[in-house]
Design a protein around this ligand. Structure first.
Ligand code: ADP
Length: 173
């Protein structure tokens, strides 16, 4: 017989192009609540303008989450609910920043519930200082030469600045 409260395994899917302190805040909280957290980088053909390859994003995530022993990192393509059942996750974790996230996230959660009623979507709010933070805004600030040290880890900041410099060198050639 299954235990009454099996320890939950949560899947945290997303683009993570790049991983921000907002994502890490969600992961830190999740690592305290769930027995296991799998952060899953989507191979998303709709987002063809990613700055980093999936492998690069995985490497940055792995380095960022290594301090949490119950957090692992993977990549996936296809339906999130299928990946959840493949890895044995009963929870899909999503971050909610502002009302603007809500409509899209709720729609996804309803669709996923329809596809896989045994998998529950859990929304998590970050600390207020990260509630405005998105990967795209960090990339935009970095491109314009702004200070991104409050938004990403020092290692991610180095990778991001180097990539943007390389991009602008290529563009000027
Ligand atoms: P996606 O393309 O799936 O939205 P993202 O990498 O942008 O991928 O985000 C992955 C998840 O993390 C989403 O649930 C998103 O709402 C959440 N998220 C992104 N930034 C933050 C943040 N600053 N605070 C909390 N959650 C966030």
């Amino acid at each position: 017989m299954a235990p009454a409260n099996p320890p939950a395994h949560a899947l945290y899917p997303g683009s993570f192009d790049v991983v921000t302190l907002g994502h890490l805040d969600v992961i830190r909280r999740a690592a305290r609540i769930f027995a296991r957290v799998t952060v899953a980088v989507a191979h998303n053909p709709a987002k063809i303008y990613a700055l980093f390859t999936v492998e690069e994003r995985l490497a940055m995530l792995r380095a960022s989450v290594k301090k949490w022993r119950n957090v692992d990192v993977a990549s996936f393509s296809g339906l999130t609910v299928n990946v959840a059942s493949q890895v044995g996750a009963t929870v899909i974790l999503r971050g909610l920043r502002a009302v603007s996230d809500f409509e899209y996230e709720l729609q996804m959660a309803m669709m996923n519930d329809n596809l896989a009623p045994d998998v529950t979507t859990v929304f998590m709010a970050p600390s207020p200082q990260y509630s405005f933070l998105s990967s795209s805004s960090v990339k935009e600030i970095a491109r314009l030469g702004g200070d991104i040290s409050d938004f990403v880890t020092p290692a991610v900041a180095r990778e991001l600045i180097a990539r943007i410099r390389a991009e602008s060198v290529n563009e000027s050639c």
